[in-house]
Write a protein that binds this ligand. Structure first.
Ligand code: DAH
Length: 330
């Protein structure tokens, strides 16, 4: 009996214990063999013999169960330790994409005007002379055409130099009133720190009955918009010239880098130019045969907004597709 007890207690692993279990409690095991002796025991001793055996068996079984539990616990602990995950280890995580900063800025701009009930209009990127120039009060040989370094197609069409032609297309297909923006890519022969041959603009146009739209409306909506985009900045309207608006203005915000003190980014003026706008020139309404209306329009460069918002020094970086740059905007 002592020998069997020691055997069970001495088991070092579940495997060893399992072997012992078969050896003791199995069909041909030690206990079974002892029970087999019962038939040779004289009748009057049979009862006591059997009782003794059952007690012994129960005792060994209990001991076995205890050892089993202990070994099982140890085994689980060992496994847990072996399978611990080191979360600090470097892992080759799949890299996730993100909105390009230019598109993110574009979305932010669109959201603002959509909330003010502007529709979002679209037009072709290859444009004809009429929509890109003529109807916008830029007749052939007009010197203002030189303001835009145009890419010409062989058939005389152009890669649109601005999103203003979408004004014309929208007015030609709908009746006033109109309240629209036109976001999209435009093209100009230009390449330096702040210019790329393809960039994005958002055009805006509001047309209502004559007398219903004033420069004050334009000023108010653009000031609010610029505060929404840039936060606490000063906004100023400066007289300017665009062929399609009269009067025209360029809009500046106080430099977000130096707060107006003057720095390299604002060429020491304290101001950053961000928008062009004005009251729609009557010649434009004539070109689309709109009568008794008045309106205002504006246009802005999305990349310029993105550069200012994210303090990006070189616009060309945005179009090189270098993921190390783009990852910073995730
Ligand atoms: N189309 C102009 C450009 O590309 C931007 C612009 C200025 C649009 C004034 C307008 C406007 O509608 O009124 O530089």
């Amino acid at each position: 009996m002592k020998e069997l007890e020691d055997k069970i207690s001495g088991a070092n692993s579940l495997e060893e214990l399992e072997k012992i279990r078969i050896e003791l409690f199995g069909k041909k095991g030690v206990i079974a063999k002892k029970f087999a002796q019962l038939k040779d025991v004289p009748n009057k001793e049979k009862k006591a013999f059997a009782e003794g055996l059952n007690k012994e068996k129960a005792y060994l079984q209990k001991l076995y169960d205890e050892i089993y539990e202990t070994l099982k616990k140890e085994e689980i602990e060992r496994l847990l330790k072996a399978e611990t995950i080191d979360v600090s280890l470097y892992s080759n995580l799949e890299s996730k994409g993100a909105l390009h900063p230019v598109m993110e800025t574009m979305d932010k701009i669109i959201d603002y005007f959509v909330a003010l009930n502007f529709s979002v209009e679209d037009g072709p990127k290859i444009e004809d002379d009429f929509h890109n120039f003529e109807a916008l009060n830029l007749p052939k040989n007009h010197p203002a055409r030189d303001m835009q370094d145009t890419f010409f197609c062989k058939d005389g069409r152009v890669l649109r130099t601005h999103t203003s032609p979408v004004q014309i297309r929208t007015m030609l297909k709908t009746k006033p009133p109109i309240r629209m923006i036109a976001p999209g890519a435009v093209f100009r022969k230009d390449y330096d720190l702040t210019h790329t041959p393809m960039f994005h603009q958002v055009e805006g146009l509001v047309v209502q009955e004559k007398g219903e739209v004033s420069f004050a409306n334009l000023k108010s909506i653009l000031s609010d918009f610029l505060h929404y985009m840039f936060g606490d900045v000063e906004v100023r309207f400066r007289p300017s010239f665009f062929p399609f608006t009269e009067p025209s203005a360029e809009v500046d915000i106080s430099c977000i880098f130096c707060k107006g003190d003057g720095c390299r980014v604002c060429s020491h003026t304290g101001w950053l130019e961000v928008l062009g706008c004005g009251i729609v020139d009557p010649n434009v309404f004539d070109a689309v045969e709109y009568k008794n209306v008045s309106g205002y329009a504006f246009g802005l460069g999305v990349e310029r907004f993105a550069m200012l918002l994210h303090k990006i020094p070189d616009l060309r970086m945005l179009f090189e597709g270098d993921t190390r740059l783009l990852e910073q905007f995730r």
